[in-house]
Design a protein around this ligand. Sequence first.
Ligand SMILES: Nc1ncnc2c1ncn2[C@@H]1O[C@H](COP(=O)(O)OP(=O)(O)OP(=O)(O)O)[C@@H](O)[C@H]1O
Length: 226
Amino acid sequence: MTGPVLRGDSLTVERGDSTILADVSITVEPDTSLLIQGPSGAGKTTLFNVLGLLSTPTSGSLYVHGDDTSALPERKRAVLRRDAIGFVFQDFQLIPDLTAWDNAALPQDHTRSRDEAWLDTLFDALDILDLKDQYPATLSGGEKQRVAIARALANRPDVVFADEPTGQLDPETAERVLDLLFRVKDQTDTALVVISHDPTLSDQFEETHVLIDGSLRRKSDERIPQ
Ligand SMILES: Nc1ncnc2c1ncn2[C@@H]1O[C@H](COP(=O)(O)OP(=O)(O)OP(=O)(O)O)[C@@H](O)[C@H]1O
């Protein structure tokens, strides 16, 4: 694959009199890891939704594999979203009456047959094989999160977006989940975009951007060379 997976160009979101995102430009290269930090209310979830084709910007363009998505009808956006993008939502959004396995398989269910071997690989990498027949109500927060990560990767997307993936976890589980996200990212060559208010995360990521009052800037490398 050549060229960026995603490119946002001057993305602006206005709601009433408020500008929620102001002229945000960002590029997501294949197989990269990118962190978007920002305080509460900065516009992180709004940016997550726009970059993930879940909502449209008021102005600006979003390119997926070089193609401008602005003029696409919703049906085509949905196909692009399903095939190119995986989501780990803050509240997991697992379906209560499906098992862990069936939840993870959901993105594949438009195809004639499931790729069970790939799901098996993901469940193994995430250490949840023994939980595959359990329902979400019987899983802990960290276990639900891992099922959500498997579901995000079920279709072998080019980029995975994770909204506050460590927000509701204790520090030990949070570190484990982040390690798993990176391990699976490395195994699958998927780009990883994490959105978080947690200032301690940045060391692992290739790029860190900071969103403040709807404006995005790249964080310079402030670490002092050894
Ligand atoms: N539909 C909307 N109409 C009006 N204002 C909105 C709308 N959606 C979001 N906002 C406002 O836009 C700002 C950014 O919201 P957003 O949820 O993107 O921030 P965030 O950085 O994800 O915050 P948090 O970390 O608290 O979840 C907030 O001030 C919010 O109140």
